[in-house]
Design a protein around this ligand. Structure first.
Ligand code: NDP
Length: 302
């Protein structure tokens, strides 16, 4: 059985930063990239608020640079999805989706978060036929068409702005009478002539035959509105990717790791969006990755 001192699960800013630090301590971490190498950030159109880049940087360039930096210092970056971890002090058993196994003295979990969906039956029916959770991935297919974005946070605003470069009409469907997004993004969407914000509208149903043709919205809890659209982008937040660990590690009601309840002496560390319900920022995730690595280095020294 292959043995490692430290296995890192996840390849967003948290995982890669942890890998850089553990590798620079000469502890040869093994990092499994998971289903989406680079993590959630890879589906964002552009990054404007990661310190150090006066001009916006694209996610591939940033995450690839982090990956190469980790490799340069000796991190073993592997494709592969961790399927199971059996936690046992100094001998954690990790199973990968190709069936291989590895043991690790300590584990850093940086599995991030995944997009939430509305939960409507029609959402599943039209997935890939006009319903999407990623404007950067799928926006191109809707060039020149009418689309809508559900949500009023930073993600929804970024998606709407991205789509407004491709589509003459972009609706934002927002359930509250205000946006939750940061002010700079709110100003941009409000000033974009291609974007119309529909406040206090709740998506009830997605309609169409072969593909999306419209949505039924409930306005102010009383009036039904039919909105003809060609595509619907869901941007209503994320849930942490922690389901695999629930029975073994402490999670809160929303599924986030409760860091305070993890005993550092056991050699299990968590970092990034999987343990951060509020400050979901790349720079925070990177900082958390650093902290988890310093704790892991300390653990391995003992
Ligand atoms: P948020 O949780 O911030 O926002 C989710 C939005 O979706 C809210 O408007 C919420 O409405 C709405 N919503 C939630 N559930 C539903 C539902 N069932 N039906 C309709 N609307 C719903 O998620 P984001 O993904 O936007 O952002 C997550 C985190 O990532 C935030 O901390 C954000 O700041 C950060 N981020 C930062 C970026 C940047 O700095 N450039 C870019 C993208 C994300 P309500 O307000 O009513 O709850």
């Amino acid at each position: 059985m292959e043995k490692a001192k430290c296995v890192i699960i996840g390849s967003g800013p948290a995982g890669y930063t942890a890998a850089i630090y553990v590798a620079r301590a000469n502890l040869q971490p093994v990092l499994y990239q998971g289903p989406q190498p680079g993590g959630q950030l890879m589906i964002t159109p552009t990054i404007e608020n990661y310190p150090g880049f006066a001009d916006a940087i694209d996610p591939f360039t940033l995450l690839n640079a982090m990956c190469e930096q980790a490799k340069k210092y000796g991190a073993d970056i592997r494709e592969g999805i961790v399927k199971e971890v059996k936690f046992e002090k100094n001998n954690n058993l990790i199973t990968i989706d190709d069936g291989s196994q590895i043991t690790a003295q300590c584990v850093i979990i940086a599995t991030g978060a995944s997009a939430k969906f509305l939960g409507l039956p029609s959402e599943k029916q039209f997935m890939g036929k006009g319903v999407s959770a990623c404007a950067t991935c799928d926006g191109f297919f809707f060039r020149g068409k009418t689309v809508a974005v559900v949500g009023g946070g930073d993600t929804a605003c970024e998606e709407a702005l991205y789509l407004a470069n491709l589509c003459p009409k972009v609706y934002m469907i927002v359930r509250k009478p205000f946006l939750r997004a940061s002010q700079i993004l709110q100003d941009r969407v409000k000033n974009n002539p291609n974007i119309t914000i529909l406040f206090e509208h709740v998506t009830q149903e997605i309609v169409g035959n072969e593909k999306v043709e419209g949505v039924k919205l409930l306005y102010q809890n009383e009036k039904m509105v039919d909105l003809p659209i060609d595509g619907l982008f869901i941007a209503i937040g994320h849930h942490p990717n922690t389901q695999m660990f629930g029975s073994q590690l402490p999670l809160d009601a929303d599924g986030y790791f409760i860091k305070e309840k993890l005993d550092k002496a056991n050699g299990i560390f968590v970092a990034g969006d999987c343990s951060e319900p509020h400050y979901k920022q790349a720079v925070i995730a990177a900082g958390e990755g650093c902290k988890s690595a310093l704790d892991a280095i300390e653990f391995l020294k003992q």
